[in-house]
Ligand binder design. Structure first.
Ligand code: GAL
Length: 371
């Protein structure tokens, strides 16, 4: 019962967001050139290169001596693991010494992370790269770090617009690197629209009946993906019915339980499962298979991130699609931004990147790139 009421409240809240939300979804971002950019970047020699040989070190002459503090909101997050591994490799390839790069786990606890930031400040790091546990703590973090005279690069969890405006107004060495989550949501919805309503509306009620599994609701990625995936359907003139909308916190096990319950409750009426990320889509797939449903035949499933396992499922047809969350481009841009601060070049206060839509025909290409 409770769940139904919660679903109804969430569905209403979501509709309210759709109606009142910023109408930015029509800035149709062109699909990013998968083959060129990330592939080219992926070719860059990463890791284990001796610092002195790296080109950026030559340019600046001193990156090997610079200390970088990196705060990750939670090491157990699959996508952030790809991100931090690539970030470390790329920093080393640019000339930083491995022993001067300290990457710490916030364990999904803001108090823990704030303590880690204090320690980095006390140690006198030269630059900080921070993936905040709570984006709402950004103001406090910024004040602390700027107060200590340390340049700051936020990644992955975007602070609110007012906070970003403060950086510009005060001309602080603070920037955010990330992709626009509205684009990833739009791509998820478009992959469903491309199937055609006849194929998706299997119960023939004239609507698309869907389940939404959300990431951490404090994160703008979760909010936008939830909103814009559905908006792509309504923008195509489709009617939609939200059967269940629940928070799975980016976690596979939580999503599995949510989707298992929703399938038990709504049965064959569930036509589409939207998951805000791939870890949750993999959990959803376990529940779908346990319920004897078949993706591509009697249900559709989309995620975001392009984890290898998800790409393999897209190739096999056991996921309808995913969206490549380009950890190469984001980690490289974050490192480049840090270098720009260290070398006095400075940065814009927002550094973006593009997502890439991945359906079966593109999955192998992206898999080759991420593996
Ligand atoms: C998102 C990503 C999720 C999760 C989250 C953490 O961009 O899609 O899988 O890693 O970031 O903030």
């Amino acid at each position: 019962m409770k769940k139904k009421i919660l679903s109804a409240i969430l569905a209403t809240a979501m509709m309210a967001t759709i109606i009142t939300g910023c109408g930015g979804s029509n800035e149709q971002p062109a699909a990013a050139p998968v083959a060129q950019e990330p592939a080219a970047e992926a070719e860059a020699p990463a890791a284990e290169e001796p610092a002195a040989e790296a080109p950026a070190a030559e340019a600046s002459g001193s990156l090997a001596d610079k200390k970088v503090g990196v705060c990750i909101y939670q090491f157990s997050d699959n996508f952030m693991t790809l991100f931090r591994t690539e970030l470390e490799n790329y920093l080393i390839a640019q000339g930083f010494s491995k022993e001067n790069i300290n990457i710490v786990d916030g364990a999904n606890d803001q108090a823990t992370q704030s303590g880690q930031i204090d320690n980095f400040i006390a140690e006198g790091v030269d630059v900080l790269i921070i993936n905040p546990v709570n984006s709402s703590s950004a103001e406090t973090i910024t004040d602390k770090v700027v107060g200590a005279g340390i340049p700051l690069v936020y990644i992955n969890r975007e602070p609110v617009a007012d906070e970003e405006q403060r950086w510009a107004d005060n001309n602080w060495d603070v920037t955010y690197v990330g992709c626009d989550a509205r684009q990833s949501g739009t791509f998820q919805g478009e992959m469903i629209v491309d199937l055609g309503l006849d194929k998706v509306d299997m119960n023939g009620n004239g609507k698309v009946d869907y389940i939404m599994v959300e990431g951490d609701p404090e994160n703008v990625d979760a909010q936008y993906r939830t909103e814009f995936s559905v908006k792509a359907l309504t923008d195509a003139g489709w009617e939609v019915e939200c059967l269940s909308d629940q928070v799975g916190n980016w976690q596979q096990d939580q999503a599995q339980a949510i989707v298992a319950n929703a399938l038990a409750q709504y049965g064959n009426d569930v036509e589409v499962v939207f998951c805000n990320n791939d870890a949750m889509a993999l959990g959803a797939l376990q529940a779908i298979q346990a319920a004897d449903r078949k993706v591509g035949e009697d249900i559709y499933l989309v995620g975001v991130d392009a984890l290898s396992e998800a790409l393999e499922n897209v190739l096999a047809g056991t996921m309808t699609g995913t969206v490549f969350n380009d950890h190469f481009s984001q980690s490289h841009s974050a490192a480049d931004a840090a270098i720009n601060y260290l070398t006095g070049k400075g940065n814009e206060h927002y550094i973006g990147c593009d997502y890439v839509k991945v359906t079966q025909d593109k999955a192998q290409e992206v898999l080759d790139m991420v593996k």
